[in-house]
Design a protein around this ligand. Structure first.
Ligand code: S3P
Length: 180
């Protein structure tokens, strides 16, 4: 396995929306001296539409197809990178297998209560949370994605943590995975 801690290779961060993949991913990339890529941003750049617009105009199936395609182009474009994936990416097609083959997959694991607390203020930009029963939806979605998230090479629990705590803990976890 490439030595991630010296900035070689690819790290995919997976986990639910609100788990902190983008924030942590950006800090981790900076720490490792590699580029940071956000799959949702890459998809928006490719289509010229926001994630919310893709859901509204084309529906979730087309969003997932496009997401899978953009994901497959990343390794060629970014040999060394930290990649934050959209929360649903590992649960569709064979995306998680693809990630496992092309990098190290790390699950940022948050409980439903933690996510509900974090997401309450950010529901507007998130198409899947525009529903009255969004809290139940968060809990059900974690359960539905458990198997996909469970395929990560490593998991890290983020409940109650600030960004710097998660970053430090995650670096420790990565050292173990990589066998530094
Ligand atoms: C989704 C998560 C979002 C985005 C889309 C669908 C999901 O990404 O891809 O709204 O299915 O969980 P983040 O996890 O980066 O918010």
């Amino acid at each position: 396995m490439a030595n991630l801690l010296t900035g070689e290779g690819r790290i995919y961060l997976i986990g639910m929306m609100g788990a902190g993949k983008t924030t942590i991913g950006r800090s981790l990339a900076e720490r490792l001296g590699v580029i940071f890529v956000d799959l949702d941003d890459a998809l928006e750049n490719r289509t010229g539409l926001t994630v919310a617009e893709i859901f509204e105009r084309h529906g979730e199936f087309d969003f997932r197809a496009c997401e899978a395609q953009v994901l497959r182009d990343l390794p060629r474009k970014y040999p060394d990178a930290v990649i934050a994936t959209g929360g649903g990416a590992p649960a569709h097609f064979d995306n998680v297998a693809f990630m496992r083959q092309s990098g190290t997959v790390v699950y940022l694991q948050a409980s439903a209560d933690e996510l509900i607390g974090r997401l309450a203020q950010q529901r507007a930009e998130r198409p899947l949370l525009k529903r009255d029963d969004w809290e139940a939806f968060v809990a059900e979605t974690i359960a539905a994605r458990r198997e996909a998230y469970g395929q990560a090479h490593a998991s890290y629990r983020v409940d109650g943590q600030q960004v710097d705590e998660t970053l430090a803990g995650l670096l420790g976890e990565l050292e173990q995975v990589v066998g530094h």
